[in-house]
Ligand binder design. Sequence first.
Ligand SMILES: [Zn+2]
Ligand SMILES: [Zn+2]
Length: 328
Amino acid sequence: MPRAVSKKVEIDILKLIPPPKTPPKRTAVRIGIHTSSAGGVELAAERAYRLGCSCLQIFSSSPRQWKPFELGRSQCETMSSIRAKYDLNPLVIHANYLINVAGGNPEFHQKSIEAFRAEVQRGIDLCADYLVLHPGSFKGATREDGLQRAAEAIEAAVDGLGIEKTNLKITIENTAGSEFSLGGSFEQVAELMARLRKHVPVAACIDTCHTHVAGYDITTKKGFEKTLQQLDDTVGLKNVGVFHCNDAKAPRGSKLDRHQHIGQGTIGLEPFKWLLNDPRLQHPAFIAETPIDEPLDDLKNIDALKSCVKKSKPAIHHRDAEAQRTKK
Ligand SMILES: [Zn+2]
Ligand SMILES: [Zn+2]
C-alpha cells in the first residue's frame, strides 16, 4: 500500500530544502525514498538528491487513475541526465494501484493489462531499472487460477515491447497477506517469478512492513535470520532488487498494511540495522515508503536509514559523475 501523506503540510522538498553546497553523505548501500513527481517526473530526481538519496522510486503516472500522464521525450532525457549527474541508481517505478492482473472480471482484467503495458512502456522510456507490481487479488476464483491469470496478463502486457533489450525488470512485491491477495508469502512471489522468468526479465521487491504483518518474524535476531533464509530458499536473495524499508503501525501477523516512520513502529530500528549491513544484501536498493505527517519527514526517514549503515562511501562529486558518464 501507498504511504499516507498529510494534506495539511508543505511537503515539496524543492521548496523545503535548498540545493546542498556539498554533495550529501552516501552509504555503502543504496538508500532512497518514494519521491513525488509533482510538476513532472524529472523533478523527482532533483528532490531525491536534495534528500540525500542515492536511488529513488516514483510513480510514472497518477497511482489511482487510469488515465496516464503525458511523458515527453525531453522529460525522459532530463531525468536521465539528472540521474547521471548525481549517480541516482537504480530508478524504481511503482505501478498504479488500480491494476489487478490476477482478477477475474474480463473488462477490468483487460483494462489492467493495457494500463500495465503503458507502465512498461514508460519504464523503458525513462530508462528505469525496476517496475514494481503487486501480484493482485484473485477474489472469486482459486489461488491457482489467480496466479495463472497474473502470469498470462503480465506476459501479454510486455509482449513485443522489447523489454529484454533494456535494464527494466518486472518486479513482484510481496504483500501483507490479506485474504485473496497473491504474494503474501515468499513462496507465492517465487511461484509467480518462476512462471514469468521464461518470458520476461524478473526481480522481487520485499517490503519490510508487508513481511512483518504477513506474519514473518523479523524483530528478533533469530527470527530475522530464519526469515532471510526462507527468502533465500524461495525467491533467492540475489533476485531481490528492491527492499521497501517501512516500519509498521500494526502488529506482526495482523495483515494490516499501515506504514510507519523508521524505528517508530512495531518493527523498530534494530531489524533495519541487520538488513542494511547484511553482507549478502549489498546489491538491492533500499527504498522508504514512510508517511509524511510533518514537513521534512522524508529527510528524517532517509537519515534514520542512513544512520543504520556502518560502512560509508565517499560522497560523489558531480564532476566525477560527469566524467564517469562520458567514459561509458
Ligand atoms: Zn507496493
Ligand atoms: Zn511497498
